[in-house]
Design a protein around this ligand. Structure first.
Ligand code: COA
Length: 176
């Protein structure tokens, strides 16, 4: 599906049910290294439950249960989830779980995951907007989202310390 221009070769692809264990390992790491960036907690996060994760990763499709993109060296080093949601009768996608392992940061893996996600969304051409919630302390993520054209939008629910960002991805909206 793509590559990232880091020192180590990185392959980008959509994860499937075979990636369940690797996904759970990296998600558990994410909740340990960057707890403030994610709403999930190690004792209750459904994304650590093998049956839930397997169900989510099988038959990946933006029109169905959504997709999780993975960045892979010899192991999974980055993830980014996209899930469809209906809001005010518009079809939107929610970006969630965006994470790059600390040892691979600042090598453009995150940007490659985000650009691949945007390409995928635009190819599907069914969604008007991409939304996400980001904690104010996630300065790297905020800088990356802003540089990809995201800006603050009205939140659908208030989460203390977090901001909602959106990007219009409907027909005619180019990457900035
Ligand atoms: C956000 C995250 C995924 C970025 O991954 P990454 O692979 O390090 O990002 P990249 O190397 O592709 O950097 C892309 C851009 O992000 C910004 N950025 C990345 N790290 C940054 C940092 N430490 N400080 C400021 N800006 C930073 C820069 O704008 C950078 O562009 P540049 O290289 O042209 O300066 C990673 O930092 C991470 O996992 N953070 C913890 C989890 C998190 O906050 N997730 C977001 C939840 S909403």
């Amino acid at each position: 599906m793509g590559t990232a221009s880091s020192a180590v070769p990185v392959v980008l692809r959509i994860l499937t049910a075979d990636d369940t264990d690797a996904f759970i390992r990296i998600r558990a790491l994410a909740l340990r290294t960057d707890p403030e960036a994610f709403e999930g907690r190690p004792d209750s996060d459904p994304s650590l439950d093998p049956a839930f994760v397997r169900g989510r990763l099988e038959a990946p499709s933006l029109r169905g249960k959504g997709v999780v993109l993975g960045a892979i060296t010899r192991q999974l080093v980055g993830i980014l989830g996209l899930s469809p949601e209906e809001m005010e009768s518009q079809r939107q996608l929610r970006l969630w779980g965006f994470y790059v392992v600390p040892s691979m940061r600042r090598q453009r893996v995150g940007r490659a995951l985000l650009n691949t996600a945007l390409d995928l969304v635009r190819q599907t051409a069914e969604f008007s907007r991409l939304r996400l919630r980001v904690h104010a302390s996630s300065q790297a993520a905020i800088a990356l989202y802003r540089s990809a054209g995201f800006g603050p939008v009205q939140p659908d629910r208030i989460v203390e310390g977090s901001q909602e960002f959106g990007l219009d991805v409907g027909p005619g909206e180019g990457r900035s």
